[in-house]
Design a protein around this ligand. Structure first.
Ligand code: UD1
Ligand code: MG
Length: 440
């Protein structure tokens, strides 16, 4: 088996994004585009090196330490072009039979395409380029072919009119035979309009040396490159379309698929029904037979079997909704466990709390979890009843089977099965409203 090093280029400034954030850290489906790339690369290569800019090194290294502890990070101090960036990983080339260079701004590359390109190396090619035919080739390097041999890649800005008419473009994915890779990269100069070292120049150099250079065609959607915000939006659209299709294929009903948005890690089990206009942020897991009604927003939440969420519900990080519970309209849940069969149906905030099984939370209940300095917990037992429009001032505990009268402000613990009133007593003044509104 040939060994494979992957060099992932992630240091470019991405000027056209007009952003303070490094381009490759802009998210698609809530995950930085670079990490979409790394997921594919990790499957296809034995080792990987990520070339980062000084501004993003710490963030990239931190995320890699968690997800890919064996990956290495190299810094490219100055952004002098894609070949210059690849050479930052020079020391790692030693001992690699195959070297794959992948761009961090091409989020949908697959391990299968990398494997195909490695296959060409194994057949004797020295350089292999992933080509594509995008609907609009503007901005991409053009592949100049002679028969089945690739002889050069011309960047759009350096191309003649005739070369610009070529529709076969550089998708950005390149594979090199480890035996000649460094020689080729070291021979690249910066004699172009941007004074950058272009990785793509390796093709003409290899061709001039009589080495075999091949292009393999890859679906354009897979090597969509992101250089500006419009392409970022295109990528998000493609990502969402593929998640929707995958969920429906797995037994999820999406009533209006194009109005539902997923994160990279959304998990939906079988027979989940998602009504229109629902958004999943990162970290959501939904078990079987759950209905998520229209206009709900979920992130960092876990929803058990058979529950109903929404319409207009907001589940924030740490929300855990137990089996068969009901979360209704205009309800916000944060860092709270809702027990099996509990009901929180209307106009309520539950934060930093736990609610026991079968407890009913009345309309307008608020857990007052924040005193301006610290957060405090509200613990509510099983089969309790919280009357409408109650404020539960945390820290506070309400026992199993307890009953809180409507309109209460609860500042002291309520024992098991106690009835608590936390409001002024009503006074009726007989006849005192008579004659109201009549002219005297
Ligand atoms: C590049 C290719 C082009 C191809 C296109 C595909 C070159 C010269 N051109 O153009 O042929 O059609 O990708 O999407 O390779 N980077 C660094 N350091 C640098 C410069 C870039 O790490 O000094 C990284 C960027 O972060 C990015 C990748 O390399 O992830 C590609 O750079 P970018 O500037 O986006 O090149 P394109 O103009 O898209
Ligand atoms: Mg690019």
């Amino acid at each position: 088996m040939r060994t494979c090093l992957a060099v992932v280029l992630a240091a470019g400034e991405g000027k056209r994004m007009k952003s303070r954030r490094p381009k490759v850290l802009h998210p698609i489906g809530g995950l930085p585009m670079l990490f979409h790339v790394l997921n594919a690369v990790d499957e296809a290569a034995d080792r990987m090196v990520v070339v980062a800019a000084p501004s993003s090194e710490a963030e990239i290294a931190g995320a890699l330490a968690k997800a890919y502890p064996d990956a290495q990070v190299c810094v490219q101090q100055e952004q002098r072009g894609t070949a210059h960036a690849a050479l930052m990983a020079r020391a790692a080339f030693a001992g690699a039979d195959d070297v794959i260079v992948v761009f961090g701004d091409t989020p949908f590359v697959t391990s299968q395409s990398i494997a195909r390109m490695r296959g060409e190396l194994a057949q004797g090619a020295s350089v292999v380029v992933g080509g594509m035919r995008p609907g609009d080739p503007a901005g991409y390097g053009r592949l100049i072919m002679e028969g089945d041999q690739l002889v050069a890649i011309r960047e759009e800005r350096d191309a003649s009119d005739a070369e610009r008419a070529i529709e076969f473009c550089n998708g950005g994915l390149m594979a090199f035979d480890g035996a000649t890779a460094l020689d080729l990269l070291d021979a690249i100069g910066d004699g172009n309009d941007q004074n950058e070292f272009y990785l793509t120049d390796a093709v003409a150099i290899a061709h001039a040396r009589g080495l075999k250079v091949n292009a393999v065609e890859i679906a354009a959607d897979e090597v969509l490159g992101i250089n500006d915000r419009a392409q970022l939006a295109d990528a998000e659209r493609l990502f969402q379309a593929s998640r929707r299709a995958a969920f429906m294929a797995d037994g999820v009903t999406l009533v209006a698929p194009e109005t539902v948005f997923f994160a990279h890690d959304t998990v939906l089990a079988r027979d989940v029904v998602v009504e229109p206009n629902v958004i999943f942020g990162p970290g959501v897991r939904v078990a079987d037979d759950v209905t998520i009604r229209a206009f709900s927003y979920l992130e960092g939440a876990s929803v058990e079997v058979g529950t109903t969420i929404g319409p207009y519900a907001r589940l924030r990080p740490g929300a855990v909704v137990g089996e068969g519970a009901h979360i209704g309209n205009f309800v916000e849940i944060k860092q709270a466990e809702i027990g099996a069969g509990a009901k929180v149906n209307h106009l309520t905030y539950i934060g930093d709390a736990s609610i026991g099984a079968k407890t009913n939370i009345g309309a307008g209940t608020i857990t007052c979890n924040y005193d301006g300095a610290a957060k405090h917990r509200t613990e509510i037992g099983e089969a309790a009843f919280i009357g409408s429009n109650s404020s539960l001032v945390a820290p506070v505990t309400i026992g199993d089977g307890a009953y809180v009268a409507s309109g209460s402000v609860i500042t002291e613990d309520v024992p098991v099965e106690a009835l608590a009133f936390g409001r002024a007593r009503q006074v009726n003044k007989p006849g005192r409203a008579a004659g109201r509104g009549k002219k005297s």
